[in-house]
Design a protein around this ligand. Structure first.
Ligand SMILES: NC(=O)c1ccc[n+]([C@@H]2O[C@H](COP(=O)([O-])OP(=O)(O)OC[C@H]3O[C@@H](n4cnc5c(N)ncnc54)[C@H](OP(=O)(O)O)[C@@H]3O)[C@@H](O)[C@H]2O)c1
Length: 434
């Protein structure tokens, strides 16, 4: 048997606890697959009670209250960063790499904001920096893009990569729940954070999409450069109208190569045709659809969060790094060589079909006036339904699906329409992705 590989864990919260369980309970299969024993030698968490998961199970594990103590230890070959956040995690990962230790992290915020410098440091110091759990939890999307599809040109990656948002939209669609109630249920079920802002505003998916764009296209993209909209403006009426038209609303992240030097990157709720596999990804599940030049379409689905699914990806990275270390071959490439600065298409230049929901006065001539104004801007209507609004006399809802149009033109037309007496509330737009 080869020498053992020693792991130090920083942060024993939700995922850290899952990792302890994986390393201790699945030691047999991990050892067999790594080709050497993988031993947990140190665990740190600010809260001593969180270390109870280790206490009494393995007395040889050092229990600490400061993550930086893990990095300093001689009996640690791989540092696992599961403390979350950006600033302290950045210092911690740097300290580990400076100490020539390999690193595994699940921290998408850290890598999306600081990844370029950290990967450079890892390479310089001959260390591996792995992050499978940072995108879509248990779904091996990093490994598939980086390794299985290494020979292909990737055309697009589309996915549901925020389970909380998908859970909320699914509850609204399946149970008729209002947004606030669906969010509360997600928090009670443990899917949403106490502060769910990053989930419901699309920020979390933006972090993950920045990483996907790096892997799939060699793009160096910061999350703030990605056009991002959350699901917080989706109204139960949108879900009902989408269904009438044969669509489901899903929280999507889209990365697509347009030309050699331009990408379409965006995060937003979208109408997806009922026949699309993404329409059937319900609840807290995640899914990623990859389109490659040679491979064609492929589809991955699974749990995108939660202790055990996410910890499985972290443990898989540990096994990979252990194998690299035992073979004396660390620093395998993490993304395509950077192609330089790729342009991100401004959202106003997007050509798409749109769902539009107008709140209008229930008067004759309104529909004709509305379609006339859209037509004047070159926007043609494909499908339309009109309903008198329940409980709101004198008001009607008109829901429309458009043919392809340039988003800037659609937005300009809607602004002009909303300034007239025709509408009684701002018009709502959701993109269609097919
Ligand atoms: N939860 C998921 O389903 C999921 C899925 C995919 C990826 N991730 C990522 O995985 C990482 C961990 O997430 P989590 O949900 O496990 O977070 P968590 O439950 O908040 O656990 C983090 C733990 O680290 C501790 N900690 C923070 N700073 C520390 C320090 N300097 N030294 C020692 N301990 C420290 C925290 O203590 P205090 O609470 O006292 O600060 C907490 O116990 C994050 O980057 C997250 O984005 C999570």
């Amino acid at each position: 048997m080869k020498r053992e590989i020693r792991v130090g864990l920083c942060g024993c919260g939700v995922i850290g606890e899952g990792l302890v369980t994986a390393l201790l309970d699945h030691a047999d299969v991990i050892t067999a697959r790594a080709g050497a024993p993988i031993r947990l030698t140190a665990v740190a968490d600010k809260d001593s009670a969180r270390l109870d998961i280790v206490r009494g199970r393995d007395a040889s594990v050092a229990l600490l209250d400061d993550a930086f103590e893990v990095v300093k230890r001689e009996d640690v070959d791989i540092v696992v960063e599961l403390i979350g956040g950006v600033e302290v995690a950045d210092r911690l990962v740097r300290a580990a790499l400076d100490a020539k230790k390999h690193v595994v992290t699940a921290n998408k915020a850290l890598l999306a904001e600081r990844g370029a410098a950290l990967f450079e440091l890892a390479e310089k110091n001959g260390c591996d920096l792995y992050f499978e759990a940072a995108v879509a939890g248990a779904i091996p999307v990093i490994r598939v893009i980086r390794e299985s599809l290494a020979a292909d040109h990737i055309r697009s990656v589309r996915g549901i990569i925020n389970g909380t948002s998908n859970y909320i939209l699914s509850s609204m669609a399946n149970d008729g729940a209002a947004f606030a109630d669906a969010l509360k249920a997600a928090q009670e079920a443990g899917f949403a954070e106490a502060d769910p802002t990053l989930d419901i505003t699309g920020g979390d998916a933006g972090h993950k999409l920045a990483l996907i764009a790096g892997l799939a296209f060699g793009a160096r993209v910061l999350p703030k450069e990605i056009p991002t909209e959350g699901i917080d403006r989706v109204d139960p009426r949108d879900i009902l109208y989408a269904r009438k038209f044969g669509y489901v609303i899903r929280p999507l992240a889209v990365a697509e190569r347009l030309q050699a030097d331009a990408l379409d990157l965006r995060v937003h709720p979208a109408l997806v045709p009922e026949a699309d596999p993404l329409a059937h990804v319900d609840g807290a599940l995640n899914a990623v659809a990859i389109q490659g030049e040679m491979v064609g379409p492929s589809f991955l689905s699974g749990l995108g969060a939660g202790a055990h699914p996410t910890a499985t990806s972290v443990a898989g990275d540990i096994v990979d790094i252990a194998k690299n270390a035992l073979a004396g071959a660390p620093v395998r490439t993490w993304h395509l060589p950077s192609e330089g600065k790729l342009k991100i298409q401004p959202i106003g230049d997007l050509s798409s079909r749109y769902y539009l929901r107008f709140s209008v006065r229930d008067e004759s001539g309104v529909l004709a006036a509305l379609s006339g104004k859209l037509g004047d801007s070159g926007i043609s209507i494909e499908l339309m339904v009109q309903d008198v609004e329940a409980g709101d006399e004198g008001t009607a809802t008109i829901a429309i699906l458009t043919h392809h149009a340039r988003e800037g033109d659609v937005r300009a037309s809607l602004s002009a329409i909303d300034e007239t007496h025709l509408t009684t509330a701002p018009t709502h737009l959701i993109r269609i992705v097919e």
